[in-house]
Structures are given as structure tokens and as C-alpha cells.
Design a protein around this ligand. Structure first.
Ligand code: NAD
Length: 491
């Protein structure tokens, strides 16, 4: 059994009470690694290390250019070790090896992008409305960042937080998910090798209680960056009532894909398949509400069903596999119940809806397609975070837009249309943080990423993200030779 330790202040350590938990391979259900379960003491130690690194260590006095250089070294090592990191992530999460390795290779671009921005954070000189005053602003780090990530794309979701946080000069305590935490400890080894001063990046794992709660409510944490589910987000907001931490929330979604009758059908079908069955549907931007205009509804649905039937399900380590298992048994159980409820509510099962034949072990579930009579069914209302697509019909453009917007979420949205005017018209009316037109699921370090409504707030990636990790300081200088005037004498 592989054993891991916390990475705190540049050193490896067990949990303060010796507590551990085990993690398993979702493809085989075999337990393969043991990790420490962080206690409140461990959280305190990690935050103290990050705080000291910021205020007493060399990180706080380093130039931004020097910080960028260390980040570039991190990027180089992540790229060089993407193969090994991807393998560990696949073993722990069940995600396809080609996806984890490809994504980790791209993660290096996130560190490089933000490394380049480190020495481009500028303040301003203000044309102030008072005589004899020179007023300028600087932008500095916010403080210790608590980065809390879920299991589905930890290397990636860590990079979207650490990249801007480090570039802006903050220090970080990263809490890996209790499901599939091991890739983050492999990442910690790379952090160590890259030459970050001790305490700048600390990596721990544990459960929501006590680890997540203690970390996000800690008095010395001033910035919380969270990706996960909406219920946890509500708890985190309550936690930050104790420390007033600036918070960003990247939450779930129920993203719509709208297919208009003028769409390129092949492209639209590819978008729907990618948006629902890529990463076994365990994607926050899954396009799981598919609205198809009535003239092409039957044709598009039939093609999607045909393509879903051709998806090769199997061992995520195999090159030929297109869909692996889900990450946890709880996920499968939740989806089984939701699909049953939807069919009871009038949804028609067009494909899937069960464990695939020939798979005795592993958390496998077929790509599943439901034709839904309206939006008032379980799989349309709630995020499934699995390979479950709900299809619905619309007639007029306005009706499609209204159906797409009829959700508490607002993360991604896809439009498939060949009409330029329609693409602009519809995208201006859709309430979502990211719109993909005639494509789906593309991301980049350069492009801001985040949601509206119950999909959260704040942006990851792009200049927006960098600014979200800085705090403005305004400096007033009296440039006259006169001492400050008596405030009680009016002139
Ligand atoms: P989750 O909310 O259960 O857990 C996420 C993290 O929060 C874990 O590390 C967990 O230990 C921690 N946590 C739990 N309770 C806590 C508490 N009280 N205080 C602090 N931390 C606590 O999410 P999950 O099931 O692991 O992940 C799936 C969710 O993540 C889905 O809703 C998905 O849409 C979302 N997600 C969003 C994005 C995005 O960028 N918008 C990306 C990926 C996943």
C-alpha cells in the first residue's frame, strides 16, 4: 500500500493524531493508498507556516520577477512529469489516462501564464481632486489563501487557484479532496523540487469536518478559493463569516446546450456528446440540459443515441477507452435514484440507465439519455455530475432562451447555429458565465471561467482571476511644505 504524508512548511508529516484514511481505485474497487486525515492542529500548523512564509520568509520580500521564475520552474516540472501525475490521478479518480495526462500537460500552461503576469501587476497614480497631494495605489497579495478543491480535476482546479494566488504574492494552504487526494501529494513533491521557500505552498487533506471547516474559518486566512458543490459552498460562506475572507466559489451547473434548426448537425452532436459524456459527465460544465428545436429534434436525438451506443466503456488506463467509471459508489447510487425518479415523472429512457453488461467491479454507469416532457423532473432540476443527458424540445427562439435560463445555475452554455446574427442575439440573452458557440468545453488560462447564480462567483483564469487575488492599497502623500492643518479650523 502506498503511503502519503502532509506537506507543511516544506516538510512531510503525519496527522497530529496519527489518523489516516484509505483511497481506492474506482475501476477495480481496490484500496491502494493511505493518506493522513488532517486535524484542526494540522490546519493550524499549515496556516501558521503560510502566514510566516508571507510575513517573515523570503517570499514576501522577493521581487515579482523572482516569484515568476520559481513558478516557471514549477510549470516545467509539471509538464515533464505529466505522464506520472496523470497515472496517479487516473488510479485514484477513474478519469481516463489520456485525459489526466493531457490535462496535466496543459496545467503547465496555466502556471506559465500566471508566472508571466507576476511582474505585470501595476498600481495607478490618481488625478486627485485636492491640491498638494500625490495619491497612488499599489496592488499587493491578500494574504494566506485556503484553496479547497473537489476530486474531479484536482491538478487542473489547483492550478486555476495557485497560478493567480502565487503570481500576486500570496501563500497557500491547499486542501485536497478526501476522494482521490493522492495526485496532490505527488504535486507537493514537485513543489518541493521547484524551490518554493518553505510554507509558500502547503498541501493537506482531510474531511469537511474538521479540516475544511477549520481551514476556511481560520482567523489568519484572508482569501478562500473553493470549487465544489453548492451545499458545501453555503457552509463555506458561513465559515468565512468568522474571518471575512474574500471568497470565490466555482460551483456546479445545469448548463444548457441549445441546438437550432439551422445548426450543423454533426458538430452539434459532437458538442452534446463531449458536453455530457466527456469525463464520464463528471464535469461542472456538463451540458446536461439539451434543448433541440422541433424541426430537427428527432434527427438529432436519434444521432446522439446512436453515438452514445458506440462509446467504448472500459479501464481508464487503456488507450481505446472513451468512458471510464465514476469516482465513487455514492455518485452511482445518486444517479440511479435520479434516473428512476425522472422516468416516474414522465421522462423516457432512450439509452443507458444501468451498469454496463460485463462489468462486475468498478463504479461504471452507461451513458444515459432521457427525453423529458418538461423541466420539472429530477435530472433536469439537479446536477447529476455523471453521464446523464436530459433532452427537451422547443419551437421558437425565445422559448429556447427562456427554457435555457429557467435554472438557478449559470455556469456554461452551448449554442449550435449557423446564423451569426442568431448567435449574437441568443448569447446576449443567456445567463451564464461561459458561452460556447458551435463548440463546447474549451478552456484556457487566458479566458476567465466562472458562473452566475448558484454556479458561484469570482473568476478563475485570465486577468480577472489575477486581480481577484490582489488587494488595493491607496497611499496619500502631502506634497506641500506646510504641516497638516488643524482639522477644527475651517479655511
Ligand atoms: P464537495 O462540495 O462535496 O467537496 C469539495 C471540497 O470541499 C472537498 O475538498 C471537501 O472536503 C470540501 N468540504 C466539504 N465540506 C466542507 C466544509 N464544511 N468546509 C470546507 N470545505 C469542505 O464537492 P465534490 O462532490 O467533491 O465535487 C463535485 C462538485 O464540484 C460538483 O458540484 C461540481 O459541479 C463542482 N465543480 C465545479 C467546478 C467549477 O469550476 N465550477 C469544477 C469542478 C467541479
Amino acid at each position: 500500500m502506498q503511503k502519503y504524508q502532509h506537506y507543511i512548511n516544506g516538510e512531510w508529516s503525519d496527522a497530529s493524531d496519527g489518523g489516516t484514511f484509505q483511497t481506492l481505485n474506482p475501476a477495480s474497487e481496490e484500496i491502494w493508498a493511505e493518506v493522513p486525515a488532517a486535524t484542526e492542529d494540522d490546519v493550524n500548523r499549515a496556516v501558521a507556516a503560510a502566514n510566516a512564509a508571507l510575513f517573515d520568509g523570503p517570499w514576501g520580500t522577493m521581487t515579482a520577477t523572482q516569484r515568476g521564475k520559481i513558478m516557471r520552474k514549477l510549470a516545467e516540472l509539471v509538464a515533464a512529469k505529466a505522464g506520472d501525475l496523470g497515472e496517479v490521478e487516473t488510479r485514484d479518480s477513474g478519469k481516463l489516462l489520456k485525459e489526466t495526462q493531457g490535462q496535466t500537460g496543459y496545467v503547465a500552461d496555466y502556471y506559465n501564464y500566471f508566472a508571466g503576469l507576476a511582474d505585470k501587476i501595476e498600481g495607478a497614480t490618481l488625478p486627485i481632486d485636492k491640491p498638494d497631494m500625490h495619491v497612488f495605489t499599489t496592488r499587493g497579495p491578500i494574504g494566506v489563501v485556503a484553496a479547497v478543491v473537489p476530486w474531479n480535476a484536482q491538478m487542473f482546479l489547483t492550478a486555476t487557484k495557485l497560478g493567480p494566488a502565487l503570481a500576486a504574492g500570496n501563500t497557500v494552504v491547499l486542501k485536497a479532496s478526501e476522494d482521490a487526494p493522492t495526485p496532490m501529494f505527488e504535486f507537493a513533491k514537485i513543489v518541493d523540487e521547484a524551490g518554493f521557500p518553505p510554507g509558500v505552498i502547503n498541501v493537506i487533506t482531510g474531511f469537511g469536518e474538521p479540516c475544511g471547516r477549520a481551514l476556511t474559518s481560520h482567523a489568519d486566512v484572508h482569501r478562500v478559493a473553493f470549487t465544489g458543490g453548492p451545499e458545501t459552498a453555503s457552509r463555506i460562506i458561513a465559515n468565512t463569516a468568522h474571518n471575512y475572507a474574500v471568497t470565490s466559489l466555482e460551483l456546479g451547473g445545469k448548463s444548457p446546450i441549445l441546438v437550432f434548426d439551422d445548426a450543423d448537425i454533426e458538430g452539434a452532436v459532437n458538442g452534446i456528446i463531449a458536453g455530457n459524456f466527456g469525463a464520464s459527465g463528471q464535469s461542472c460544465v456538463a451540458g446536461s440540459r439539451v434543448f433541440i428545436q422541433d424541426g430537427i429534434y428527432d434527427q438529432v436525438l436519434a444521432k446522439v443515441v446512436e453515438r452514445a451506443g458506440q462509446i467504448i466503456i472500459g479501464d481508464p488506463m487503456e488507450e481505446a477507452t472513451q468512458m471510464g467509471p465514476l469516482a465513487t459508489k455514492a455518485q452511482v447510487d445518486r444517479i440511479v435514484a435520479a434516473v428512476a425518479k425522472t422516468t416516474d415523472q414522465g421522462g423516457e429512457l432512450c439509452h443507458g440507465g444501468k451498469r454496463p453488461d460485463g462489468f462486475e467491479k468498478g463504479y461504471y454507469y452507461e451513458p444515459t439519455i432521457l427525453a423529458c416532457p418538461h423541466q420539472d423532473v429530477e435530472t433536469v432540476q439537479n446536477e447529476m455530475f455523471g453521464p446523464v443527458l436530459s433532452a427537451m424540445k422547443f419551437s421558437e427562439e425565445e422559448e429556447g432562451i427562456a427554457m435555457a435560463n429557467n435554472t438557478k445555475f449559470g455556469l456554461g452554455a452551448g449554442l449550435f447555429t449557423e446564423k451569426l446574427a442568431r448567435a449574437h442575439r441568443v448569447s446576449s440573452k443567456i445567463r451564464a458565465g461561459i458561452l460556447w458557440i458551435n463548440t463546447y468545453r474549451a478552456v484556457s488560462p487566458i479566458a476567465p471561467f466562472g458562473g452566475f447564480g448558484h454556479s458561484g462567483y469570482g473568476r478563475e483564469a485570465g486577468i480577472d482571476a489575477l486581480m481577484d487575488y490582489t488587494r488595493t492599497k491607496t497611499v496619500w502623500i502631502n506634497t506641500s511644505d506646510q504641516p497638516m492643518a488643524n482639522p477644527f479650523v475651517m479655511r
